[in-house]
Write a protein that binds this ligand. Structure first.
Ligand SMILES: Nc1nc2c(c(=O)[nH]1)N[C@H]1C(S)=C(S)[C@@H](COP(=O)(O)OP(=O)(O)OC[C@H]3O[C@@H](n4cnc5c(=O)[nH]c(N)nc54)[C@H](O)[C@@H]3O)O[C@H]1N2
Ligand SMILES: Nc1nc2c(c(=O)[nH]1)N[C@H]1C(S)=C(S)[C@@H](COP(=O)(O)OP(=O)(O)OC[C@H]3O[C@@H](n4cnc5c(=O)[nH]c(N)nc54)[C@H](O)[C@@H]3O)O[C@H]1N2
Ligand code: SF4
Ligand SMILES: [Mo]
Length: 733
């Protein structure tokens, strides 16, 4: 069934019906022009929440203020080129594009097609993502493309593909959660990161069934208070042990769904062997969660599951457990648990990861990920290559092979065997990639850095060529939200000055590089081609068009034909694996890549604040959000603060293998005493990613953002220099 047409009608009674620019919840909004808006940075549009299944009219603070980013005082409105004196200067579009094309051609002639790399973003529309992937493979002929979604969804995607044969975020619509008796939320702080989501948890809270794992007493953990559920606060990086204990209890107490396992899965015996050694008392010694709590949660989930007469249960994962060097293994264990209880591919129960970026899902489906072609096709599969090559009108042999994951790609830049030119589109890796000192070093070693952005982000400021682009309320397109629901993004105003869509920029560059056709600048035309390229693929959009989405409302993929109603519930009829069964896979807990040491005895975890988004490039430009959360800080427990002799607000020095920085302490009881939390939204001295390391999960390439060994010291108080000088001068006199 498609969603109700009214949910995404083309125009609301007044204003333009679209969706928020930020996270994967993609809350529905109505934008209305403000008479006389835009002067001195005043909003040009008012924002109202609009009824839609995911947000039911609600928005968070970022959504309410989103129109202010459009008129940021330093909004980019003309291309800029770095001159011989090192300064960026405004130039004409022709001059900027000619410069880029000449230099890209030169690098490729000198060093081969992998001389140019591309780094995309999960905030780009499906159309922009598709065009950027096609441009990289067809025009540049480079295999080196990846995107910031690698930092976000790669562990969940890898695990879901291995176990279930499908990576669609949630394979069910969000409102389904309301009916569950138990929801296990592993490492997600959705009350801060997707506030309107909380309404979908009211049902389960009213039945006392919400379970949250987080080493902090986060806003989401607080939702379990007063009988609404259970908060488990494991040692950072040990959720896999929590899950192994839950698997152990479910198996040992025979709480599994035998009928489901026999009909729909393989691999039970190997899984049983891997969970056998993790009885709750042993797990407690590693993860710090009391054994009785582990037993309680395993039984809550089992009692909620359909085979035992419950209303239903869900297992959901967030970045807290995925951004680890054992991220894929942890998600695999979460899926194993859901499978043992017979929850996956069944109405009213399920497993899913909570996608982060607005179009993190669509970005990889349509070509931003190193190993994927549009329609979630594999770049290594001959049939997949042939299909996409035919749509692109090129020889399949001419398509490059798979590239490398983002962290590896960033590490190769400017090296003798690595790319010498990079195009960044929709990402700010100077703030958000792990070990940013190294990233800066690599960017500086490039011959050419081209950045397309709407504002002078920290990465944009390092560019040799800076191209101003249209965003969100200035463009037509589609996004694919956390439930695999394809929605329409609509233009509500003209872009300022010389800002242009990436679709136009890529067309102009392609023409200058000898490919005059195949890059339409109209989003609906790009979508139609994307739909054809995806036909028969896993993420099949072939039954969709802008026109159909406008007429019928949003739809969940796959939509394999113009009469197909979409697929709100995936996996009901079987798993898209070779034998149609889901795979129970054994898992092994390993110590983190950066274990605690005598000189680094604490856990650094990083994450988000409600008022800031990602690298902050957008939200730090909204005055009210900046005022609410102006700078970085280190959250720590009073016990740790006392040990350091620190008061709330005093500076501390944080040091890891990668680097060090000074920030004020925020002292709170809502965190484990062995753990320090830092938000990653800030640049420069306050950048949490000065401290994170570049080790990655071997299966997915996901960095270990959430687990770094840390030393904390009271920051040495600055010596009062001027006084000393005065005293010396006096004594000289
Ligand atoms: N306000 C805001 N909202 C956002 C974003 C934003 O930047 N700001 N970004 C969007 C994006 S792209 C994403 S990916 C999502 C992310 O959404 P979330 O996954 O909810 O966000 P995080 O804050 O990264 O991590 C969630 C929690 O994981 C906890 N955590 C850290 N280490 C561990 C651990 O070892 N185990 C467990 N169980 N928990 C741990 C942290 O304490 C934190 O509270 O948010 C989206 N929404
Ligand atoms: N320590 C630590 N680091 C992390 C994380 C963590 O939890 N801890 N989380 C990671 C996660 S989950 C994510 S998703 C990444 C996010 O990593 P980033 O790449 O930093 O994400 P954003 O800040 O959203 O950057 C998007 C950029 O695109 C620009 N932009 C907006 N719209 C458009 C458009 O239409 N076109 C173009 N060309 N540009 C546009 C914005 O202005 C902004 O500069 O960070 C990761 N980094
Ligand atoms: S929850 Fe996400 S999509 Fe909704 S208003 Fe906030 S940032 Fe926008
Ligand atoms: Mo993310």
């Amino acid at each position: 069934m498609p969603s109700t047409p009214s949910a995404s009608a083309g125009t609301a009674p007044s204003g333009t019906a679209t969706h928020c620019p930020y996270c994967a919840l993609q809350c529905a909004q109505t934008l209305t022009p403000v008479a006389g808006g835009g002067a001195d940075g005043a909003p040009v549009l008012t924002v109202e929440g609009r009824d839609f299944p995911t947000n039911q009219g609600g928005l968070c603070r970022k959504g309410w203020t989103s129109a202010e980013v459009l008129t940021a005082p330093d909004r980019l409105t003309a291309p800029q080129l770095r001159g011989a004196d090192g300064e960026l200067r405004e130039v004409s579009w022709d001059a900027a594009l000619d410069h880029v094309a000449t230099h890209l051609r030169e690098q490729r002639e000198r060093r081969g097609s992998d001389a140019v790399a591309v780094f995309g973003g999960g905030g780009l529309t499906n159309e922009k993502a598709y065009a950027l992937g096609k441009f990289t493979r067809v025009v540049l002929g480079s295999r080196l493309i990846d995107y910031n979604g690698r930092f976000c969804m790669s562990a969940a995607a890898t695990a879901s593909n291995r176990s279930l044969g499908l990576d669609r975020g949630l394979p069910f619509p969000l409102p389904d959660l309301a009916g569950a008796d138990c929801v296990l939320l592993l490492g997600s702080n959705l009350a801060a990161t997707m506030p309107p989501f909380v309404q979908h948890l009211e049902g389960v809270r009213s039945r006392g069934g919400l379970v949250v794992t987080d080493p902090r007493g986060s806003a989401t953990a607080a939702l379990t208070a007063e009988g609404a559920g259970v908060h488990l606060a494991p040692v950072p990086g040990t959720d896999l042990v929590v899950l192994l204990a839950l698997l152990h209890v479910v198996l040992a107490e025979d709480l599994v769904d035998h009928e489901y396992l026999a009909a729909r899965t393989t691999g039970l015996e190997a899984l049983r062997a891997s969970a056998a050694a993790w009885w709750p008392e042993r797990a407690e010694a590693v993860c710090g969660v009391p054994a009785r709590r582990l037993r309680q949660v395993a039984r809550m989930l089992a009692d909620a599951s359909p085979s035992r007469g419950g209303r239903g249960a869900y297992v959901l994962t967030g970045r807290g457990v995925e951004q680890s060097t054992q991220g894929t293994a942890t998600v695999t264990a979460a899926i194993d648990l859901a499978l043992l209880l017979g929850l996956v591919g069944r109405r009213g129960s399920g497993y899913g990861p909570l996608t982060g970026q607005g179009n993190g899902q669509g970005g990889r489906e349509h070509g931003l990920k190193a190993d994927q072609l549009p329609g979630y096709r594999k770049i290594t599969d001959p049939e997949d290559r042939a299909h996409v090559a035919a749509v692109w009108g090129v020889d399949p042999e001419s398509l490059p092979g798979p590239g490398v994951p983002a962290v590896e790609l960033l590490g190769m830049l400017g090296r003798p065997v690595g790319p010498s030119a990079l195009i960044v589109c929709g990402a700010n890796p100077v703030v958000s990639a792990p070990d940013v000192s190294r990233v800066r070093e690599r960017l500086a070693a490039l011959d050419l850095l081209v950045v397309m952005d709407t504002v002078p982000s920290e990465t944009a400021l390092l560019a040799d060529v800076l191209l101003p682009v249209t965003q969100w309320a200035e463009e037509e397109g589609t996004m694919t939200n956390l439930e695999g629901r394809v929605i329409r993004r609509r233009r509500a105003r003209e872009a300022p000055g010389g800002a242009r869509s990436e679709l136009w920029i890529l067309r102009e560059l392609a023409a200058r590089l000898g490919v005059p056709t195949g890059f339409p600048a109209e989003a609906s035309a790009v979508f139609d081609e994307l739909a054809r390229a995806s036909a028969g693929g896993r993420a099949d959009y072939s039954g969709l068009s802008h026109e159909r989405l406008d007429r019928e409302g949003s739809m969940h993929w796959p939509v394999p034909g113009p009469d197909h109603p979409g697929t709100p519930h995936a996996l009901l009829d079987g798993f898209p694996t070779a034998d149609g069964r889901a795979r129970l896979l054994p898992v092994t807990h390993e110590d983190p890549a950066d274990p605690l040491r005598a000189d680094a005895p604490l856990h650094l975890v990083t994450g988000r604040l409600l008022e800031q988004y990602q690298s902050g490039a957008q939200t730090r430009r909204v005055p009210s959000l900046l005022a609410a959360r102006p700078a970085a800080f280190a959250q720590m427990h009073p016990l740790l603060a006392d040990l350091l002799g620190i008061e709330d607000g005093e500076e501390v020095l944080l040091r890891t293998r990668s680097g060090e920085l000074r920030v004020p302490a925020e002292v709170t009881e809502e965190i484990r005493p062995d753990t320090v939390f830092m938000p990653f939204h800030y640049p420069g001295e306050g950048s949490a990613n000065l401290l994170t390391g570049s080790a990655t999960d071997p299966l997915s390439g996901m960095p270990g953002f959430k687990v770094t060994a840390l030393e904390v010291l009271p920051a040495p108080r600055p010596v009062p220099v001027p006084d000393v000088v005065t005293v010396q001068q006096r004594s000289i006199v």
